[in-house]
Write a protein that binds this ligand. Structure first.
Ligand code: R5P
Length: 295
């Protein structure tokens, strides 16, 4: 049976690519808000006894999750047999422990909600820091795609004499993988986060790399402050204008404009979250993972 690929609003482009690589049918979905803000939704494609694949990047999750649940419930009511979630960006991965007394561990609660409404999950480079795998917080089977090979290819093809820079020890896993694949030198900095928008980054002895183009690589660009601080240090050290690469570009508030204004020569991301900076296509990586659930 041909799988039904269902785009959550804003994910139409990636869903279309996936429907082609998976030989699926792109579902016609009608979403709108009633004047009071409540959701109306209608699926105009046949669903009975089919496999469904919802494509929904989960940045800004609080605005999306109720609609995602309604979409899942509607598809089940219409007869979809197995329903998977492709969330190229998976939210709520960073609150992975109780940092202060009284806090909730939201990554666990989010995992419970998603696991209740879907049969399986596919994502790209989730922010696994203290959890060794998604199985710790998701009770459904999951498959994880990795962007390192395509990020590494992009750098090799587009940047002369790159120096990869990871802004903190958490980024070391991505940076060392990207660097290793193309034999690119890399350094990992130390970051201290003092608040949501306040970070300090140390950039030791970069001067010896002055002839190289700094390429900052991080899994997530959110407020952009991690990269902004790093750019300022590199400028002070007399380095060339850097290229900023995020696997997931959330660009909260005015982060994208701020990074440009700070002197980044290029800012680019993977298309895990639709944005003008998307230059690296994850659709093949994602569809390879989905295939494991469609057999
Ligand atoms: C954090 O651990 C992540 O790997 C990123 O470094 C972080 O999310 C970036 O956040 P921001 O852009 O707000 O500094």
């Amino acid at each position: 049976m041909i799988p039904l690929i269902i785009p959550f609003p804003g994910n139409e482009e990636l869903a279309k690519k996936l429907s082609l690589t998976l030989s699926g049918e792109l579902a016609r979905v009608n979403f709108r808000h009633f004047p009071d803000g409540e959701t109306y939704l209608r699926i105009d494609s046949p669903c009975q006894d089919r496999c469904g694949v919802i494509v929904a990047a989960l940045d800004h999750p609080d605005e999306k999750v109720l609609r995602l649940i309604f979409l899942s419930e509607t598809l089940r009511d219409l007869g979809i047999e197995r329903l998977g979630l492709v969330a190229p960006y998976l939210a709520y991965m960073r609150q992975d422990r109780q940092f202060q007394e009284g806090e909730g561990v939201t990554s666990r609660y989010f995992g419970k909600i998603i696991s209740r409404y879907f049969n399986w999950l596919v994502t790209v480079d989730p922010h696994l820091h203290r959890y060794p795998s998604l199985n710790e917080i998701y009770s459904i089977p999951s498959q994880v795609g990795h962007a390192a090979p395509i990020v590494s290819d992009w750098i090799r093809e587009n940047i002369e004499d790159p120096l990869l820079i990871g802004p903190d020890t958490e980024s070391a896993q991505w940076v060392s993988d990207v660097a290793g694949r193309s034999q690119i030198p890399f350094i990992v900095l130390e970051k201290i986060r003092r608040g949501d928008r306040e970070v300090e980054v140390s950039v030791p002895n970069v001067e010896r790399w002055k002839d190289h183009t700094p390429v900052l690589v991080d899994d997530i660009i959110s407020t952009g402050h991690t990269m902004l601080k790093t750019i300022r240090h590199l400028k002070k050290a007399g380095m060339k204008s850097p290229v900023c690469i995020g696997i997931h570009g959330i660009f909260a508030e005015s982060a994208f404009a701020a990074l440009k204004a700070a002197g980044a020569q290029k800012i680019l991301t993977c298309n895990t979250i639709a944005h003008v900076s998307n230059q690296i296509d994850v659709s093949e990586i994602v569809s390879d993972k989905i295939k494991n659930f469609l057999i």
